[in-house]
Design a protein around this ligand. Structure first.
Ligand SMILES: [Zn+2]
Length: 70
């Protein structure tokens, strides 16, 4: 499973809840699913004119934790 290198965020398990169901189903059907994180691979400045590839979530990208190279 891929993990964000800055905040350690990864996919979480949850359940889908179907609101519309037939009469014989007494309760609304619920099934398991994964809530995935929007992970991107970006090149960041590693110093000395070199770049490094990191896997990060878009929240960290937006917060400016990844200093992207040009
Ligand atoms: Zn993150």
């Amino acid at each position: 499973m891929k993990v964000c290198e800055y905040c350690g965020k990864k996919a979480m398990a949850g359940r889908t809840h179907r609101h519309r169901h037939s009469a014989w189903a007494q309760r609304a059907p619920k099934t398991g699913r994964w809530f995935s994180v929007n992970l991107q691979t970006v090149h960041v400045n590693a110093g000395g004119g070199t770049t490094r590839k990191v896997t990060t979530c878009t929240k960290c990208m937006k917060a400016g934790r990844t200093l992207r190279s040009a």
